[in-house]
Design a protein around this ligand. Structure first.
Ligand code: NAD
Length: 275
């Protein structure tokens, strides 16, 4: 009994009342090598003070949702963050200050917020991924390889669809796919990204990577990378039907982080998909 406790990974969850937060709490509770030790929410959340287990729907746990994220970073070995860009940047500073690992899943960060994650990763171990699913990370690797193989006569277009509540566009995953395509071609993504077309746009610029965004219903996440040449097209697609795939991946990342030195890691590192 005591030895099980010793080996259990203590997991905290910021944004625990969110869609991902609840899925993560259930995933952690079901995992024999993990223990849920804390959860935080924004100060004005209705969830403050609620029991974490009841919030996630698996019964009373005896721990309540706090508005003090520092407490979560103090008691956890690793914290899973799926909140908002500003919140995650602040949480990365807390992770660095408290020496906790961080699985950084929030998307839509501004450059200064990205810089805060990079700075925190010089002091603690952080896994950062716009998409934690195994399938998407394989798609990223495939996209880079196909882009490197095909010539510039193949135009790269990225199409994504998400549920109606998503606030950022294109999705972090779509942008990661675009960056993988750009890396395969050996060009800077920012130089070639065409993030939205409307009105008289002029012809497609050779070498651009174009984005198209759909929103609706409860779609968990769909991404296609389309390589279009004259008279032929290659399409690589991934469809997520349930957000538990992201929660499972986040937990795999949390377990992998144990004992890792400070650094900014990717899901490719976690899954051994690097070159
Ligand atoms: P959501 O709005 O349902 O949940 C976010 C939660 O964070 C909310 O409960 C909100 O109150 C809370 N929050 C906001 N600020 C906070 C703060 N300062 N402290 C504590 N909690 C705070 O959104 P969601 O669908 O769960 O997605 C959250 C983020 O995760 C988004 O950026 C989304 O794009 C991203 N996401 C990433 C992956 C991945 O695999 N990396 C998968 C799904 C979603």
């Amino acid at each position: 009994m005591a030895s099980k406790k010793m080996t259990e990974l203590k997991v905290g969850i910021t944004g625990c009342a969110g869609r991902m937060g609840r899925a993560l709490m259930r995933q952690v509770a079901e995992h024999e090598k993990c223990a849920l030790v804390g959860g935080s929410e924004r100060e004005d959340s209705d969830a403050i003070g609620l029991d974490l287990g009841e919030l996630a729907g698996f019964g009373t746990l005896g721990l309540t949702v706090t508005k003090d994220p520092r407490h979560v970073f103090e008691v956890a070995d690793v914290v899973l963050d799926f909140t908002s860009p500003a919140a995650m940047a602040h949480h990365a500073e807390l992770a660095a200050a408290e020496g906790a690992g961080l699985v950084a899943g929030t998307t839509g960060l501004e450059p200064d917020q990205e810089a805060m994650i990079v700075a925190a990763a010089s002091k603690t171990a952080i896994v950062r991924a716009a998409n934690m699913s195994v399938g998407i990370n394989l798609l990223l690797a495939l996209t880079q390889r196909v882009a490197a193989t095909l010539g510039s006569d193949f135009d790269i277009e990225i199409l994504e669809m998400h549920h109606r509540h998503k606030v950022d566009a294109p999705s972090g995953t779509a942008l990661a796919l675009g960056r993988a395509g750009a890396a395969g071609r050996g060009v800077s993504h920012d130089d070639v990204a065409d993030r939205g077309r409307d009105g008289i746009t002029g012809e497609r610029r050779p070498g651009d990577i174009g984005y198209a965004v759909l929103r609706g219903g409860n779609v968990a996440g769909e991404h296609s990378v389309i390589f279009a040449a004259d008279n032929e097209r290659i399409e690589l697609s991934h469809k997520a039907t349930d957000r538990t795939i992201f929660a499972r991946g986040a937990l795999t990342a949390a377990l992998w982080l144990q004992g890792k030195p400070p650094g900014l890691y990717s899901m490719a590192d976690v899954l051994g998909l690097g070159d």
